[in-house]
Write a protein that binds this ligand. Structure first.
Ligand SMILES: Nc1nc2c(ncn2[C@@H]2O[C@H](COP(=O)(O)OP(=O)(O)OP(=O)(O)O)[C@@H](O)[C@H]2O)c(=O)[nH]1
Ligand SMILES: [Mg+2]
Length: 654
C-alpha cells in the first residue's frame, strides 16, 4: 500500500451459525471509528445481500478492515451454516489468525468442530471468544472447558491448546479477559451503556469493582462500566502473527474470492503471498502448474483496491501480506495465481470438501412455463450455472444425457436452494428434483455421507424426537440434560436420513427445537430408510382453482392452493390424508344442487393452504415429482403430467 501501516494483521472470524460473528464485526468496525458519529449504522452491516438480510444468516464470506492505533487489521467474516462451509475453507488461506466464537450458553456445536478442524489443519492458532456472556444461563467456564476438549479431541498441538480466551458480549459491544466479569454479566442481564472512552486503568478498576459486587443496585441492565472491545483488539495484536512473505521475492498472489462490479468488471480478492504488485503491472495468469514448454498467459492489472472499513479504496501498490482486490483481468477463477511474468509459479489450487447432495435442475416444461420468467431455456440454465461455478467453489455441475437437465451438487439443501432462490430473483425458471445424497465407492464398498447431528429439545419432546430419528438410522452418540428442562442429543446419521427431517422436527417440538448438522465423512451404506410419506392430491385438469371444489376436497387432505390459483393437469394441489395418490378435480364449479341450504354458499370456510416455500417443497417431493420454480411461484407437480404416463412409468419401474 502507498503508506504501509506499521502493523498488519489478517484474521477470519469463524463459528457455528448464529454465534454472533457478524454482530462482532459490526462492533469492531464502529469502535475502530470507521463510521462518522452521525452516520446511521445498520445491524449486521456485513450481511449485505438481500437473502442474507431476509434470513438473518451470512451466506458469503466478506472482507473489511479496521484501523486500531497503528495497526491495519483485515477481517474476513464467514458464514456459520454448515452448507456454506466451503466459503470458510476457501478464505482461511488468506489469514494468519482466527477468532473462534463460541456461544456462552450453547458451547461448541457441530459447525464449531468443522471450522476449528479446518483452522487447526492450516496451522492457525485460534483465539477463543466466548460470546453472548450477557445471555441468561451463560456458562463461560463450562464453554471454555468444552472448547478445550474439542481442540484436544481433534488433534490440536500444544500451542493451539494454549489458546487465549476473551469473553464478549458482541451485541453490547464489550469484551473482557476476566471470567468473573463475564459471569457477572449474565447474572445482571448485562446490557451495555456503550464505551465511555475511559483509560485502560480506570476500566480495569471498574471491571474489578463490578466483578466483586455484581448487580449491586439490583438494576438488570448495567454492563461493566466503560467496557468496550479493547481487550479483544489487544489480544488480536498480541496473539495473531504478522503475515510472513518477502516483498523482495517474485510476485505470487492467489485469488480466494471473486466479485463483480458493473463499473470495473470482474474483481479478484486475495492475499499477496510474496513480492509486490503495482497498478498497471503485467502478470502471468496461472490455473495450476505449467506443462513443459507451455507459456503462461499474461494479463495486465488495471487497478488495486485495499479495504478500508467496508469501503474499497484504490491504492498504487501492495505487497506481501496485504489483502487486496484487483481489476482488469477477466479470466480469474477461485484459486488462480497471479505471478511475476519472469517467474510464473502457481500456488496449489484451493481445495474444499466434496459435495454430498445433488439435485437435477431442469428446463421448466409445465404448461405454465415462461409466463413470468425471463430466462427459461436450457442454454440460459447452462450459462447461469457455468457462471455460478466460477465463484461457488463447493458446487459441481454436470451435464446429463439430456440437454435440458443438469446434475447440480452441493454441500446441503440450503446450499442448493439458496442458488435456486437467487436464480428465480434474477428471472430464471426451472424445475428441480428431490435431493439425493452423492454415493461413492470407497475401497470397493458403496458408501454414503454421514452427518453429525445435534438437537436441543425440551425434555417433553425428547421421546418423540428419538423415535423419529431411530428409523432414519441415526446412532445416538451423546445425550445430556441441562437440568433446566432441555436436553441435547447428538447423533451420527446418514445424510439421507436428514432429507425432509427439518419439517418433521419442527412439528414434533412445536417449533421449540434447535437442530444443526455438519458433514462428518463417508461410511458404508446403512439400511433402508422408510419413506413414510402421505400420498398427494393431483389436479385432473388445467384451469383455475374454484373455492367450492377446494372446499369439497378439504376432507381428503390439506391444500397447497387457493381459489383462483392457476392449475394444470398433473400438478400437485395438496397432501392426501391416506398413503396413495389421488387424481381430483379442483376446477369444477358448483353443480346446480341445493347446497345453498347449508347457508354457507357465499362464504365457504376454507382452511388456509400450506404455504409452499422452496425449502418445504424440495423436502416434500418424491422421486417422481418436481418443484416448479418461477420468479413468482413455487408449484409442485408430477414428473409425468398425464395419469396414463405415470401408470406406464411405474409399470416400467416395476
Ligand atoms: N444476547 C446476545 N445476542 C447476541 C450477541 N451477539 C450476537 N447476538 C445475536 O445473535 C444472533 C446472530 O447474530 P449474527 O451476528 O448474525 O451471528 P453470525 O455468527 O454472524 O451468524 P451466521 O453468519 O449466520 O453464522 C443475532 O440475533 C444477534 O443479535 C451477544 O453478545 N449477546
Ligand atoms: Mg454472520
Amino acid at each position: 500500500m502507498s503508506t504501509p501501516p506499521k502493523i498488519l494483521r489478517n484474521i477470519a472470524i469463524i463459528a457455528h451459525v448464529d454465534h454472533g460473528k457478524t454482530t462482532l464485526v459490526d462492533k469492531l468496525l464502529v469502535q475502530a471509528g470507521t463510521f462518522a458519529k452521525h452516520q446511521h449504522i445498520a445491524e449486521r452491516m456485513m450481511d449485505t445481500n438481500d437473502l442474507e438480510r431476509e434470513r438473518g444468516i451470512t451466506i458469503l464470506a466478506k472482507n473489511c478492515s479496521i484501523r486500531y492505533g497503528d495497526a491495519h487489521i483485515n477481517i474476513v467474516d464467514t458464514p456459520g451454516h454448515a452448507d456454506f462451509g466451503g466459503e470458510v475453507e476457501r478464505v482461511l488461506g488468506m489469514v494468519d489468525g482466527v477468532l473462534l466464537l463460541v456461544d456462552a450458553v450453547e458451547g461448541p456445536m457441530p459447525q464449531t468442530r468443522f471450522v476449528t478442524l479446518k483452522a487447526l489443519k492450516l496451522g492457525l492458532s485460534p483465539i477463543v471468544v466466548v460470546n453472548k456472556v450477557d445471555r441468561p444461563g451463560a456458562r463461560p467456564e463450562w464453554v471454555v472447558n468444552q472448547t478445550f476438549e474439542l481442540f484436544d479431541r481433534i488433534g490440536a498441538t500444544e500451542e493451539q491448546l494454549d489458546f487465549p480466551v476473551v469473553y464478549a458480549s458482541a451485541l453490547n459491544g464489550w469484551a473482557t479477559l476476566d471470567v468473573n466479569v463475564a459471569k457477572a454479566a449474565s447474572e445482571r442481564g448485562g446490557r451495555s451503556q456503550g464505551p465511555k472512552g475511559a483509560s485502560p486503568r480506570d476500566r480495569a478498576e471498574a471491571d474489578n469493582a463490578v466483578g466483586a459486587a455484581p448487580g449491586g443496585s439490583g438494576e438488570a441492565d448495567q454492563a461493566p462500566a466503560n467496557a468496550d472491545m479493547r481487550p479483544l483488539f489487544e489480544t488480536i495484536l498480541a496473539h495473531v502473527p504478522a503475515p510472513v512473505g518477502d516483498p523482495g521475492e517474485p510476485l505470487q498472489f492467489q485469488i480466494a474470492a471473486l466479485d463483480y462490479s458493473s463499473y470495473v468488471g470482474r474483481l479478484g480478492i486475495g492475499r499477496i503471498r510474496r513480492g509486490r504488485l503495482a497498478a498497471g503491472q503485467e502478470v502471468a495468469v496461472l490455473n495450476g502448474p505449467l506443462a513443459e514448454g507451455q507459456v503462461a498467459p499474461k494479463a495486465r492489472i488495471t487497478q488495486i483496491f485495499a479495504f478500508a472499513g467496508m469501503e474499497r479504496v484504490p491504492v498504487e501498490s501492495a505487497q506481501a501480506g496485504d489483502i487486496v482486490l484487483v481489476t482488469g483481468i477477466d479470466e480469474l477463477a477461485i484459486g488462480t495465481t497471479l505471478a511475476a511474468v519472469e517467474t510464473p509459479e502457481a500456488l496449489p489450487p484451493i481445495m474444499v470438501d466434496e459435495p454430498t447432495l445433488s439435485m437435477y435442475f431442469q428446463v421448466n416444461t409445465s404448461p405454465l412455463a415462461g409466463r413470468d420468467g425471463k430466462y427459461v431455456t436450457s442454454r440460459n440454465l447452462r450459462d447461469r450455472l457455468a457462471k455460478e461455478m466460477l465463484t461457488n467453489v463447493a458446487l459441481r455441475v454436470e451435464g446429463t444425457g439430456d440437454t435440458d437437465s443438469f446434475l447440480v451438487s452441493g454441500r446441503g439443501e440450503l446450499h442448493l436452494t439458496i442458488l435456486i432462490e437467487n436464480m428465480r430473483r434474477e428471472g430464471y425458471e426451472l424445475a428441480a428434483s428431490r435431493p439425493r445424497v452423492v454415493l461413492r465407492e470407497i475401497g470397493g464398498v458403496a458408501s454414503e455421507p454421514f452427518e453429525l447431528l445435534s438437537v436441543d429439545v425440551e425434555e417433553v419432546h425428547q421421546g418423540a424426537v428419538m423415535e423419529a430419528i431411530g428409523p432414519r438410522r441415526g446412532d445416538l452418540t451423546n445425550m445430556e440434560s441441562d437440568s433446566r428442562g432441555r436436553a441435547r442429543l447428538e447423533y451420527r446419521i446418514p445424510a439421507r436420513g436428514l432429507i425432509g427431517f427439518q419439517g418433521e422436527f419442527m412439528n414434533l417440538t412445536r417449533g421449540t427445537g434447535l437442530m444443526s448438522h455438519v458433514f462428518d465423512g463417508y461410511a458404508p451404506l446403512k439400511g433402508e430408510i422408510p419413506d413414510r410419506r402421505n400420498g398427494v392430491l393431483i389436479s385432473a385438469e388445467d384451469g383455475e382453482a374454484v373455492a367450492y371444489a377446494l372446499w369439497k376436497l378439504q376432507e381428503r387432505g390439506r391444500m397447497f392452493v387457493s381459489p383462483g390459483d392457476k392449475l394444470y393437469e398433473g400438478m400437485i394441489i395438496g397432501i392426501h390424508s391416506r398413503d396413495n395418490d389421488l387424481v381430483v378435480n379442483p376446477i369444477k364449479g358448483k353443480q346446480l344442487t341445493n347446497v345453498r341450504s347449508s347457508g354457507k354458499d357465499d362464504a365457504i370456510a376454507l382452511t388456509p393452504p400450506i404455504e409452499l416455500t422452496l425449502e418445504y417443497a424440495v423436502e416434500f417431493i418424491a422421486d417422481d415429482e418436481l418443484v416448479e420454480v418461477t420468479p413468482k411461484s413455487i408449484r409442485i407437480r408430477k414428473r409425468h403430467l398425464k395419469e396414463h404416463e405415470r401408470k406406464k412409468a411405474s409399470r416400467e419401474a416395476a
